[in-house]
Design a protein around this ligand. Structure first.
Ligand code: 5AD
Ligand code: SF4
Length: 479
């Protein structure tokens, strides 16, 4: 099989943040009509790893494929187009992808016409792309996060030329509006408001894989939210690597607080947002969250470390004191606030004392939820070049110790909910017990309860009877 290389990634180019005007465009496939002629009876399958940005990318790709006549495959064995949408944020996310493709390559061997594609953050890294191309000759399409709009044309090219295509351009990125739209869920929706990241935290690969911060037009976002409300959606989550940066790259005179307020006023029952960087979380944003009852009192505010020296070496742009002051202002102004965070343990050369600063910060903030990670070096990032004298065993021990600190308060918080009644947006059959339904409270707490499947997508009142660390058990009250 011949390989046609259209573009390959380049980390230096990916890191460039030259002042250039963002290109706004609407996705437009040259070969959609050609594909419609040959897609009859054909199916696609997409497997997504990683963050909500990837989940939203999957929805975009689904919309394009369905517009071209492909149907969702019942299972991967029956698919004519398979797309593995990858994540590169930590090594274990990558390992899963190697395992999955290892399982799928037999399908391509059995069916020469199968399009087997890998996209997403992993292929944006030159060395990983090289390794994937070498290890998996069965994969006949590689495309990056900036090429999603070209998906149909790339598939058409693979089918008609029978070549292996590689199209991954490292660039700052554009803002593409995708019409039509497709959603995995009919009552909860993600809405992208800003793409990319300019923060360049020293451990993180995302600014290299997803390009510069670029906001969508204010009115395009409002129009999308209004369409969702008109079709009965109950919850919208505004999405970005750092939503707080919204609007800074536009000259529309609007910031994230303005956007949140405008979406809240449209009347969606539940409005959420993620992720927020503590550095540019403004008082104006806190005031807007406090003011509107339909903005959920839940903030994901990654701290990463509780030690100033580690925060400085991580390039986080805030001190422990500044973070704690921000939390204080949030807790004072937003009664009933639920705070969640991300923490990395075992950053290069982290001392025991520095780690204990993280534990003490956790004890002060008393997070209601948290995600904890052991530091994973990402090639090409500044932290990957730092000396690291912390052993694997120490990192694992610190990780476990940190989880204990976090769980203490999370458990107390869960217990404090027992006996009270909360509105819960019903998600579906519980993953742990098929006789139960599950859903989330406004504070983003998972609740299991008995109820009829017809309640999925509605908001019901649930009285909490029992608490576990990460979930609650309750019963529906008032019907
Ligand atoms: N190692 C471990 N965790 C990481 N994260 C990002 N990069 C790394 C890395 N190299 C974590 C951060 C971030 C979350 C999405 O993933 O905590 O907030
Ligand atoms: Fe990564 Fe930092 Fe950007 Fe978050 S803010 S995506 S951790 S570089």
């Amino acid at each position: 099989m011949k390989t046609k290389i259209i573009n390959t990634p380049d980390l230096l180019k990916a890191a460039s943040r030259k002042k250039e005007v963002t290109n706004f465009c609407v996705a437009n496939s040259k070969h959609i009509e050609d594909l419609r002629k040959i897609s009859g009876g054909k199916n696609y399958y997409i497997r997504t790893y990683g963050c909500q940005a990837n989940v939203r990318d999957e929805e975009t790709m689904r919309a394009m494929l369905e517009d071209a006549g492909y149907k969702l495959a019942e299972d991967v064995e029956k698919a004519d187009v398979i797309i593995i949408n990858t994540c590169a944020v930590r090594e274990n996310a990558e390992d899963k992808v190697y395992g999955e493709i290892g399982n799928l390559k037999r399908l391509r061997r059995a069916n020469k016409d199968l399009v087997l594609a890998i996209c997403g953050c992993m292929v944006e890294q030159p060395e990983i792309l090289g390794r994937l191309m070498k290890t998996f000759p069965e994969v006949n399409l590689f495309f990056g996060t900036h090429e999603i709009a070209q998906l149909l044309d790339l598939i058409y090219e693979v089918i008609t030329t029978k070549e292996r295509i590689v199209s991954i351009e490292s660039k700052q990125g554009e803002v593409v509006e995708f019409v039509p739209d497709c959603r995995n869920n009919h009552y909860k929706a993600y809405v992208n408001i800003i793409y990319g990241c300019n923060k360049f935290c020293t451990y993180c690969i995302v600014p290299y894989t997803r390009g510069k911060e670029r906001s969508r037009h204010f009115q395009d976002i409002l129009n999308e939210c209004q369409r969702l409300i008109d079709s009965g959606y109950q919850e919208i989550t505004l999405l970005g690597q750092n939503v707080n940066a919204y609007g800074k790259d536009l000259d529309e005179g609007k910031d994230f607080a303005d956007l949140m307020e405008a979406v809240a006023k449209l009347g969606i029952p539940r409005l959420r947002f993620t992720t927020s960087h503590p550095w540019d979380f403004s008082s104006k944003m806190i005031d807007v969250i406090a003011k509107y009852p339909n903005i959920m009192k839940f903030i994901h505010l990654p701290v990463q470390s509780g030690n100033d020296e580690i925060l400085r070496r991580m390039g986080r742009r805030y001190t422990r004191e500044q973070y704690l002051n921000l939390v204080k202002e949030m807790r004072e102004k937003i009664p009933g606030l639920s705070l969640s965070t991300d923490i990395i343990v075992g950053f290069p050369n982290e001392t025991e004392e520095q780690f204990q600063d993280t534990c003490s910060l956790v004890d002060i903030v008393q997070y209601e939820a948290a995600f904890t990670f052991i530091y994973s070096p990402r090639r090409g990032t500044p932290a990957a070049k730092m000396e690291d004298n912390v052993s694997k065993e120490t990192k694992v021990r610190r990780f476990q110790e940190l989880v204990k600190h976090l769980e203490k308060h999370i458990e107390e918080y869960s217990e404090s909910m027992v006996g009270k009644t909360f509105p819960v947006l019903v998600d579906g059959v519980s993953k742990t017990d098929e006789n139960m339904l599950s859903g989330y409270t406004e504070e983003n707490k998972l609740v299991h309860f008995k109820g009829d499947i017809s309640l999925v997508g509605t908001i019901v009142s649930v009285k909490i009877n029992e608490s576990h660390t990460y979930s609650l058990i309750g019963e529906i009250v008032n019907g």
